[in-house]
Design a binder for this molecule. Structure first.
Ligand code: GLY
Length: 345
């Protein structure tokens, strides 16, 4: 097992201890033994994993949450807070969040505001959660049609990344995580990208050693970015590679196209607009992971452009994209509607 420490810039937040490996969850009993009122918020869809985690923590209060983005709301926050009050949770209580990115974003948000903030431990159960959502302190819920529009940057005290959970994760969910792994490698870490080029076939066969290494390298790459720019002002913006077009594709499909697939399509479109020299090798890796590369023909450029302008990371109608100028080296570019429209000519 590997243990890493994510240390955000001095004075801003506390550090996070991240354990990564096969059965890493067995260590959770050591960190919870002195806490009172431990609450485990978990995704109902992974009850057997949640039961296993609960069996390691005496007297844990369990709060199940329905699967799906519909739970990522202020009304769900309200319901969880009411249950925590009913159970007598205080400022000394601890939240353990068990589930994918939706669940860790939601439970992390509750922990960051309950009595002005209580500690939180994350147990991501999906590849996307392990390599992206759980790392870096972002917590969020949706409001109206806006995704992740209410949230905080509050780091968990500990993250347990138990890679044995991935042995039974369905392929489409593995691909969701792979899209983010390829993204971070392509735009911030060329050696990791080259390693992935050789490792993806073995990874998809669920070789445990390859999975451990792939997750460790992805988490390390993301930690480096978060430690330089915790608050999304500088290099962390590079992690939006594929997301400007991707979010628009996801929304225009009525969320029928999953986030990972939309980001893959978004990366290809953004590299095309910016004429990236590494486009072919990045597209090849996405295809190897079984991810889509092109915007569905039914989608109109102007409709996507309107959605891209309203993204929370864009201002005054300007649309920015993050693209790799070279492998592992990204830059932010501002694009015009004319440039975007050229994709559809
Ligand atoms: N998921 C992008 C970030 O954490 O900044």
């Amino acid at each position: 097992m590997h243990t890493l420490t994510l240390s955000p810039p001095a004075g801003s937040s506390t550090s996070t201890r991240i354990r990564i490996g096969d059965h890493a969850i067995s260590e959770i009993k050591n960190i919870t033994k002195n806490d009172e009122n431990i609450v485990m918020i978990f995704d109902e869809g992974i009850r057997s994993i949640a039961d296993d985690v609960a069996s390691k923590i005496p007297n844990v209060v369990q709060i199940p949450v329905a699967s799906g983005d519909v739970s990522k709301s202020l009304s769900e926050v309200d319901r969880i807070v009411a249950l925590m009050l009913e159970h007598g949770c205080t400022r000394k209580s601890l939240i353990i969040a068990v589930g994918g990115g939706m669940l860790t974003d939601l439970a992390g948000f509750v922990a960051s505001i309950y009595m002005r903030g209580i500690p939180c431990v994350l147990v991501p159960t999906t590849l996307l959660g392990m390599v992206d959502a759980a790392i870096g302190g972002k917590t969020a819920v949706n409001a109206g049609a806006c995704k992740n529009i209410i949230g905080t940057i509050t780091h968990p005290t500990d993250i347990f990344i138990d890679t044995s959970f991935l042995q039974s994760l369905p392929l489409p969910q593995m691909q969701e995580g792979l899209a983010e792994m390829i993204k971070i490698a392509a735009i911030t870490d060329a050696p990791y990208f080259e390693w992935l080029q050789a490792a993806i076939p073995t990874f998809l066969k669920r070789d445990a050693k390859t999975i451990d290494e792939a997750v460790l390298l992805a988490v390390t790459a993301k930690m480096k970015i978060v430690e330089q720019d915790e608050r999304d002002r500088d290099v962390r913006l590079l992690l939006n590679f594929g997301h400007t077009v991707g979010h628009a594709v996801e929304a225009l499909s009525g969320f029928k196209i999953s986030h990972g697939k939309a980001v893959s399509i978004g990366m290809c479109a953004e590299m095309n607009i910016a004429r990236c020299s590494e486009r072919k090798s990045i597209e090849h890796l996405l295809a190897l992971a079984g991810l889509p590369l092109t915007i569905p023909e039914v989608m109109k450029g102007h409709d996507l452009w309107i959605l891209m302008q309203s993204d929370k990371k864009n201002q005054q109608g300007e649309v920015k994209i993050a693209v790799p100028k070279r492998l592992g080296e990204g830059a932010i570019e501002t694009i015009s509607e004319k440039q975007f429209a050229s994709l559809f000519a």
